[in-house]
Each structure stands twice: as structure tokens, then as C-alpha cells.
Design a protein around this ligand. Structure first.
Ligand SMILES: Nc1ncnc2c1ncn2[C@@H]1O[C@H](COP(=O)(O)OP(=O)(O)O)[C@@H](O)[C@H]1O
Ligand SMILES: O=P(O)(O)OC[C@H]1O[C@](O)(COP(=O)(O)O)[C@@H](O)[C@@H]1O
Length: 309
């Protein structure tokens, strides 16, 4: 089994507007509401790939009930810790005239120490039954900055493999616990290196620095330009199929889902990267974040190019 952990679960709302402008009044042409937050998106895509997955994290209020119910409807097992307050809304506004996306991410409810303690017990229990535990997204208010590092220690002591996909201080401190897999995007990698941005010839060097910390699998995702990966001592460059993307929110989560699903099946590094990249591209062709059409995924898997770096 694979477990996903979303400490800052969300309802992911997508608004499609004809033309979005700052300071204007906009009528929403179409809207979508889905259970989200990074780990829940990972769980949805693992399920679509055919995997057995349990979604955990903190949820609160009626938004929390919506998230749990909609995940369960998809055949995802749920093991959330209930907290006071409301799970947040993450809003993605898509301007249909340009295809541009503007995201507004709420902070999420404040988490008390008692809930933090409850989560540690829950994660130990789930890790004992899981080959992979995926930790994704931002930390909610009240969670200690080193919470991911603590959870990674718990997961790895239980004999499971910890995956980490986060940003800023939460990612930085999580790396100290040496997760099995980490997936910074371009901005997150630059931030880790203390820079505003990195040049094209600096990505591989920065990824190698993470691998040299003792992290067996490092994937630096570069949007439509694909991925640079260091997996078990070998390095790869991955080129996705050329597509006309509809909504790229959730691409990173779909990529993580593909790697986790392939990891559980002991796939080769090339196969992991192929599945992850095809799942991410298929997600980009869906209006919903953390969703893909399986036939599109299969077609893209044949088009992904994986070469040695
Ligand atoms: N426009 C696109 N066309 C094809 N693949 C894409 C596109 N955008 C993202 N992807 C795929 O999704 C992966 C993750 O996207 P990225 O934007 O780097 O991550 P994140 O969503 O975490 O910021 C990329 O490595 C790539 O394989
Ligand atoms: O937990 P965070 O970092 O605030 O991110 C939350 C947001 O990330 C997303 O999962 C999208 O992430 P990616 O585009 O990186 O895959 C949104 O769906 C969600 O609302």
C-alpha cells in the first residue's frame, strides 16, 4: 500500500473566466471543486493508475468532510486526523483568453499540539503497512518547522520509504532527515540553493548536491521542459511529450504519484520516470487538478524520452 499525507488539505477550486484582469469584476463561466492539497492529488492519481492508496493528513469542518467523502468515492481509503476549524480553499483562476493560471492559497486552520501528537501515532501505524509514504505540501499554521523531519524519521524507522514534496523552510528542514525521494521544482531548487533563480547549466549541479546529501532519488521538475533526475547513482534527462496544456496545476503531484506507484512495483529508474512524466502530462490535459484520462496516460507513456545525462 501507498500512504499519502496532506497536512494542509484543501478544496481545490478552479474558476474559468473569459478574461482575467486585476481590479476587475469577473463572472465565473465554469467552476470545479475537488478534494485537493498536494498529497490528496497524489492519492487521486495513484488510484487512477490502479494503486491501493490511503490518504491521511489533517481535515476540519464541512470542507474537511467534503474532502474525505470525495476521496472515499474514488476508492481511496481515508485515515485523517480531525481538527477544529475549516480545511482551506485553494483557488486557481484560469484566464481562457491566454490560458494563464493565478493561484490563491489559503493558510489553513491552526493545528494544536495534541493533534500533532495524534498525527505522529497515525503515521507510524500507516508506515508499518505501507511500502511508500508520500509527504506533500505546505505545513499548516501551528505545525513545528521540523515536522516533516520528525515524520520522515518515524516512517523510515518503521521500514517504509519517505517521499517529500514541499517548499521553503518545511522542505529545507525535511531534507535533514534524508527522505528516500524529493521533488523540487525550478523555483524550489533555486530557493534551496539560496538563489532567486538558477541558469540552465546549474540545475544538474544543484540536483547532484541534493543527491550527495544521501537522498537516493532526486527529481528536479522543470515544467514543460521535463525533469533532471538522479536515481540510485545514475542521472537522467527526461523530455515530456509536446502538448497544448489545459491546466498545469497538479502536474507536480501527478509526477510524484507516478514515481510512488512505480516504486511500489520495483520498476527500473527509466520506467519510473516514464510513468511519472506521462501522468504529469496527462494531468496537464485535464481541466481538473490531480486528474488524468488513463488512455491519454498510456499514449503519452510511449512518447516520453528518457536519456542518460
Ligand atoms: N506544459 C507541460 N507539458 C508537458 N509536461 C508538463 C507540462 N507542465 C508540467 N509538465 C510535467 O509535469 C512535471 C511537473 O511540473 P512542474 O511544473 O515542474 O512541477 P510543479 O507542479 O510541482 O511546479 C514536469 O516535470 C513535466 O514532466
Ligand atoms: O500545500 P501547498 O504548498 O500550499 O500547495 C497547495 C496547492 O498545490 C496544488 O496541489 C498544486 O500543486 P502542483 O501544481 O505543484 O502539483 C494545488 O492543487 C493545491 O491547492
Amino acid at each position: 500500500m501507498i500512504t499519502t499525507v496532506t497536512l494542509n488539505a484543501a478544496i481545490d477550486k478552479t474558476y474559468y473566466v473569459k478574461q482575467f484582469g486585476l481590479g476587475g469584476v469577473h463572472r465565473v463561466a465554469r467552476q470545479i471543486a475537488e478534494p485537493g492539497g498536494k498529497g490528496n492529488n497524489v492519492a487521486k492519481v495513484i488510484r487512477l493508475l490502479g494503486g491501493e492508496v490511503t490518504a491521511s493528513g489533517f481535515v476540519g469542518g464541512s470542507s474537511g468532510s467534503f474532502i474525505e467523502q470525495r476521496l472515499a468515492e474514488r476508492g481511496i481509503q481515508t485515515a485523517f486526523v480531525q481538527v477544529p476549524g475549516e480545511s482551506r480553499v485553494c483557488l486557481n483562476i484560469i484566464d481562457e483568453s491566454t490560458g494563464s493560471s493565478t493561484e490563491l492559497l489559503e493558510q489553513g486552520p491552526e493545528i494544536a499540539w495534541s493533534s500533532i501528537a495524534e498525527m505522529k501515532v497515525m503515521i507510524r501505524k500507516l508506515a508499518l503497512q505501507s511500502s511508500v509514504v508520500v509527504l506533500s505540501g505546505s505545513l499548516p499554521p501551528g505545525a513545528p518547522a521540523n515536522f516533516y523531519a520528525e515524520l520522515i524519521d518515524i516512517i523510515q524507522s518503521a521500514g517504509s520509504r519517505a517521499f517529500l514534496d514541499s517548499s521553503g523552510a518545511a522542505l529545507n528542514s525535511g531534507l535533514e532527515a534524508r527522505p528516500h525521494f524529493v521533488k523540487p521544482n525550478e523555483q524550489e531548487l533555486a530557493q534551496l540553493m539560496g538563489r532567486d533563480r538558477l541558469g540552465e547549466n546549474e540545475w544538474a549541479e544543484a540536483a547532484a548536491r541534493l543527491a550527495n546529501l544521501g537522498i537516493p532519488q532526486v527529481c528536479v521538475t522543470l515544467g514543460s521542459r521535463g525533469t533532471i533526475a538522479f536515481i540510485d547513482g545514475s542521472s537522467y534527462r527526461v523530455i515530456p511529450p509536446a502538448i497544448q496544456a489545459v491546466n498545469t496545476v497538479g502536474c507536480g503531484d501527478s509526477f510524484v504519484a507516478g514515481i510512488a506507484f512505480a516504486e511500489e512495483r520495483d520498476a527500473s529508474p527509466e520506467e519510473k520516470l516514464r510513468m511519472a512524466t506521462a501522468a504529469a502530462a496527462a494531468n496537464a490535459m485535464s481541466e481538473k487538478a490531480g486528474h488524468m484520462d488513463y488512455a491519454v496516460f498510456q499514449a503519452y507513456a510511449k512518447q516520453v524520452e528518457v536519456r542518460a545525462l
